[in-house]
Design a protein around this ligand. Structure first.
Ligand code: SAM
Length: 197
């Protein structure tokens, strides 16, 4: 409980310091995290990349679903949040990196991810930065891989469709505010809940 409060306060402080970079006053709800990860198959992945890990609400659930030999690379730009993540999870499958998601390729050193999970507030990020990160996500995905994106508005869909052959959308209402969840893949036939608008 105290841990939870500390995490929320750290998150709130990060928001007050960098409102457009954090983009929300509360971490994503557990329900929305589960709804989002249900759009892919974490258990089948060898490498999962998380962008904008914050206080680790996705990190925790991804690790719970990840297979024993797989890896999770979590990028978080805020040094205090990255430090918290490193202290919170002592799982050898997890690598926490304090850097911007636009530099993802440097950390992958040629490896490709089966899943990229983004909690980044794309619509409040500066447009060039947003484009660079979206391009990184496409390049980081292994063939057959899926990118999962949470947003608080549907506006990102156009930019996702420019880059991915398949973009499916659902809404997770149990979140403040309600969350738009996107599952994107290069393959037009990839299976995911339908949401074509
Ligand atoms: C809306 S919060 C989401 C945090 C967490 N994933 C969640 O769902 O509660 C966005 C997070 O992305 C981080 N962030 C923003 N821009 C980033 C960037 N360019 N690279 C990596 N992390 C970034 C922020 O510091 C913040 O922790």
């Amino acid at each position: 409980m105290r841990q939870n409060l500390t995490e929320r306060l750290l998150f709130l402080r990060a928001f007050v310091t960098h409102p457009t970079r954090v983009g929300a006053i509360l971490p994503t709800s557990r329900r929305a995290v589960r709804d989002m990860l249900d759009l892919g198959d974490v258990g089948a992945a060898n490498l999962v990349v998380e962008l904008g890990a914050g206080t680790g609400v996705y990190t925790r659930e991804i690790l719970a679903r990840l297979s024993p030999g797989a890896k999770l690379m979590a990028l978080e730009i805020d040094p205090q949040l990255a430090k918290l993540l490193g202290e919170e999870f002592s799982d050898p499958r997890l690598q926490v990196i304090c850097d911007s998601a636009e530099n993802l390729h440097r950390h992958l050193s040629g490896a490709r991810a089966d899943m990229v999970v983004s909690g980044l507030p794309f619509t409040s990020l500066e447009s060039d930065l947003r484009r660079r990160i979206l391009d990184q996500m496409v390049q980081a995905l292994a063939p057959g891989g899926v990118a999962l994106v949470l947003q608080y508005s549907p506006f990102i869909v156009k930019e996702l469709r420019l880059r991915f052959g398949s973009v499916k959308r659902i809404i997770s209402p149990v979140n403040v505010p309600p969350a738009f969840l996107f599952a994107c893949s290069a393959d037009r036939t990839a299976a995911a809940p339908d949401a074509s608008n």
